[in-house]
Write a protein that binds this ligand. Structure first.
Ligand code: ATP
Ligand code: MG
Ligand code: MG
Length: 392
């Protein structure tokens, strides 16, 4: 492996997160090389100065080709092959976050076990190796019960809500079949009043810094809107940042980069961890326009061994609105909200350059900034109305 100048960051995955990392790289005098099945035609490949490898994210040979000439290899998705990452590490490649960290995080049950052993606040959960264990958990934890595939889940795919014990066999069978043999576990239903998220950046030398807590508004398990700072008490925000920082600090020295920490806020003000993503995260997009150093820049700084940048907001209030493919599946319908936002004060549009528009596909986002939360409403409310979203 030969280090070149400027240093090269390899990114496993070529979607929008990789693309937004690639956009930040030149200012840090870094260049990017990515791996994606669409290679140079992927949203990240288009911006990859150090080349784009066309191949599967779980193919060891493709990962070896990606690592050629890279100073560090990182990822924009956690659904990768841990043995292939371990092989890179054995060959002397610097993988950040490390294969060991990804092993824990990509399996939601191992993740829960790790955070519980580290004293991080989280709800009750249990391994469910068979239908009988689901039925037993339903009796112990009550209904509804959240069933989850251990691996490969995203946007709620891989989750199923058990509302009637009679459905245990069917739901268990469906999840077991869809999780590629990774197994199923369950979580006690969490009666949260809001979903919060905190981006945390960690350097290899153990410096851990949290961005401000945000409110993440989800519809059908998909993040639609993020509001920063979160719409909750200052105490709850501080508690969320403390839980998130403790979780990420517990990952140890092999874990550098940014991490998206999803949390539940309970009526009591208590905050519980939901899950962690070992990469830039949808709930951190607001940092591009609301913080001096975005989650993408800080991820690059962390994995490249540079000093971390400030995680403070440089504006009083911000929001992020996801632009999903219109239900018609057309680009015209999807662009409507972008066009509305384009002329608004404090709005920045981000378009991902995907090869096609499908209903529900993440096509872009709009960031809004304002001096204060009441002033943010002037731009946020018309965008929500355009998307048919209820402002509550
Ligand atoms: P992502 O796209 O964020 O990776 P995911 O597919 O990994 O999502 P989760 O974050 O596990 O899924 O869950 C999706 C959503 O389901 C959560 O944002 C929350 O709204 C709801 N949810 C998850 N776990 C529970 C629970 N134990 N009790 C109640 N609701 C839950
Ligand atoms: Mg997830
Ligand atoms: Mg989630």
């Amino acid at each position: 492996m030969s280090a070149s100048s400027p240093p090269v960051v390899g990114i496993i995955g070529g979607g929008q997160l990789g693309r937004m990392l690639a956009l930040e790289a030149p200012r840090l005098s870094l260049s990017v090389r990515c791996l994606d099945k669409a290679g140079a035609a992927s949203p990240t490949g288009f911006l990859s100065k150090a080349g784009a490898v066309a191949g599967g994210l779980k193919e060891a040979a493709a990962l070896r080709e990606l690592a050629e000439g890279c100073d560090v290899v990182t990822m924009e998705i956690e659904h990768v092959s841990v043995p292939a990452l371990e092989e890179l590490e054995r060959a002397g490649v610097n993988v950040q976050p490390s294969a060991g960290t990804i092993r824990i995080i990509q399996d939601k049950l191992l993740q829960k076990n790790h955070f519980q052993a580290s004293g991080v606040a989280l709800g009750e959960y249990r391994d469910c190796p068979d239908v009988a264990s689901v039925e037993e958990a339903a009796r112990d934890f009550g209904l509804p019960l959240m069933l989850k595939s251990r691996k490969e889940g995203y946007d709620g795919r891989g989750n199923a809500v058990l509302r009637d014990e009679a459905d245990a066999g069917r739901l268990f069978g469906e999840l077991a079949a869809s999780s590629a043999g990774s197994g199923v576990y369950c979580e006690k239903w969490c009666p949260f009043v809001d979903e919060l998220a905190v981006m945390v950046v960690k350097s290899a030398n153990g410096d851990v810094q949290a961005y401000p807590t945000v409110t993440a508004i989800q519809r059908d398990s998909v993040c639609r809107v993020v509001v920063a700072p979160a719409r909750c008490s200052a105490e709850a925000r501080a508690r969320a940042e403390a839980v998130a920082s403790k979780a990420i600090a517990s990952l140890g020295p092999g874990a550098s980069g940014v991490f998206g920490v999803e949390l539940f806020l309970l009526e009591s003000g208590e905050v519980l961890l939901n899950e962690v993503a070992p990469r830039p995260h949808n709930t951190g997009h607001y940092t591009q326009d609301a913080c001096a150093v975005s989650q993408f820049e800080n991820h690059l700084r962390a994995v490249a061994g540079m000093k971390l940048g400030s995680t403070e907001m440089s504006v009083g209030a911000a929001a992020m609105v996801n632009v999903l493919g219109h239900s018609s599946g057309t680009e015209e319908g999807t662009l409507e909200v972008m066009e509305l936002a384009a002329g608004m004060p404090g709005a920045t549009v981000h378009w991902y350059g995907k090869d096609g528009c499908k209903a529900g596909r993440k096509m872009g986002h709009v960031n809004l900034t304002a001096p204060s939360a009441p002033e943010l409403e002037a731009t946020l409310l018309p965008l929500l109305a355009c998307l048919g979203l209820d402002p509550a």
